[in-house]
Design a protein around this ligand. Sequence first.
Ligand code: GLA
Length: 732
Amino acid sequence: MKLTLTLTATLLLAAWFQANSTAEPATVAVRESFAIKTKSLAVTLQVGADGRLYQQPVQAGSSPAVPVRDDEFYPQAGDGYVWEPALEVTHADGNTSTVLVFDSLTQTNETADITATRIRLHDSAYPFYVTLCFKAHLDEDVIEQWIELNHAEKSAVTLQRVESSSLLLGGDVYLTHFFGDWAKEMLSPITEKITPGTKVLDSKLGVRASQFRNPSFILSLGGKGNETNGTVLAGSLAWSGSFQCEFDNYGQGVRALTGINPFASAISLPAGKSFVTPTMLWVWSTNGLGDMSRKFHRWARDFGMRDGHTPRQVLLNNWEATGFDFDFQRIVGLYDPAKEIGTELFLLDDGWFGNKYPRVNDHAALGDWQPNRQRLPNGLAPLASEAVRRGLRFGIWIEPEMVNPKSELFDAHPDWAIRQPKREVELQRHQLVLDLTRPEVQTQEWNMIRSILSVPDISYAKWDCNRYLTQPGSPYLSPARQSELWVDYVNALYALMEKTAKTFPATELMLCSGGGGRADYGALKYFHEFWPSDNTDPTLRVPMQWDYSYFFPVMALASHVTHWGNRPMHFACAVAMSARFGMDLDLTKLSAQDKAICAGAIIAYKQIRDVTQLGDLYRLEDPHENFRGALNFVSPDRRHAVVFAFQLKEGANRPVFPQGLDPAQRYTVRELNPAPGREAIPQEGNSLTGAELMAGGVRPSCANAIEASVIELAPSAVSAADTLHAFGTGSR
Ligand code: GLA
């Protein structure tokens, strides 16, 4: 092993990196440690005497262990490692083993807050190269990790499994994961100790990450964490296809292997071509789940989504009002009521396209994206410009990846749909998925998106995806490449999403996939928000939004007021106000009282959206465990805050204790959009310090099941008396 660098030299080199934007790769001495570091996490690595790269297990407290073979950082199958490997490759000559040895290390400071690390490894017997890539966000304690791989063997190698990350954890490890289904996404959090054996969370749906479980989870080290205590690590795989997160407890530690699901996904990689895995996101805290989420949210607003510093406008969707049954006049008739009540953006949902097979229900026309001539004789442009003329933005629903067998597109190109030969075609919602690995399909989908989003005055789109793969056969790919469909599809999808985001930078985009099937950071970076679930019953949205908020800032969670569950309008509005507020209601059918509640909620939302969407979230009372759920948000300068209480069951009213306020600042307490007929809250209009509010709490107006209370803590105007008091010359 070539020993060319001492630790001091590494530090000197790091200083040099800081002063220079590019860095030369360096080698590291045997037994010398180096780390991928954030403010409070260090993943410590060491090159062993055998040249392999080892990791000191991450655990609560210190971990002085000397690495043994089980501690390899990115273990490979076939040459001695007997647990779940991170990499499994069949080389060009048929050899199923890989031996990766350390080659070089490059660390550069991209900004004052971001350090990029690249660790290059190579096979000891083959021209086969693996680079472990990291971006460490120092202040946010976020590490992004992915793998780049290439080779110069005589012919293609087969990648059986390439994990994005394979972090080693020591001590007792608890896993929190989120089971669900359509309309029940994220509703069943489960926390369990990872006992010896392998626990797998995965999906095999191809075109979306989830239906039954999300590729996001929490690991608690050394004991279960809670909101304010514990060593916790959030993990989220940025991938919108089949994923696998495996937690392999091999007796001495737990290895968390996360990446593309290797299930039926072998990839043939020709020499000279690179393979890049999706990014795995890790977020660390030694102060519990609340701190972990706030860091995750800050990272997400900066890097994980589009326009993460622009509060979202109030949206009105026509789906519940009209379903498929509308024409130009009916839609335009919805604009004035929408404007009057205070909404800012109108979204035209499904049903506007198809001529030979009109889209009058969900049986036909996906693929035929021409406006229906009977309903919209002059196309989309007049609908959009009419909305803008009346002071609303205009958005449109699309589902670019799908085709109904009953469509002109399918008539012309039956071989463009994904299906298995010699098997009876299985439809979901009467539709099939178009095969995005086929260049003509890529062109067709892009042309469709471009022509719709180019219509003047369209500034928002809901990109839906209402089925997943159950018969993963590509009529385009050769028989030998069928197993590449899953990965090639998602990469082609990302290329399409990226092109859309770049070509239409001012168009806001919502991800929707049969509810929350695309609630992942792989797609979100091209989008502004996602649809967490088709289930908009606010009593279920309270726990659902709570669970999503472990990983996503609330500005990414579309939350619409609807009649689902038939809940009181005041409660439904309060729940939607705590995320990205929208409505899916027929405003003309609302009672005068409900209309006033909605209008009041919109005014209140506009007043607090800078706080809820750009500020810090504190989860206070867990709705899974209590008779109510409670949260508060604090603006980045801590001057302005909002408290939400959502009462789900009967229970004695008691104060909610906000967190994160400035103890010395005075806040004026005011209930926003109070429910009709309820008594004012006892502290209404009082000016109290942050310390007083955090210690004594605020008492919400809700006291019965399915009631909510939204309380603003606004910066108090500084009175003369306060000023004197502050200078110690006055008494009160
Ligand atoms: C999906 C969405 C709905 C609506 C319909 C339209 O089910 O979740 O909000 O857009 O498609 O067909």
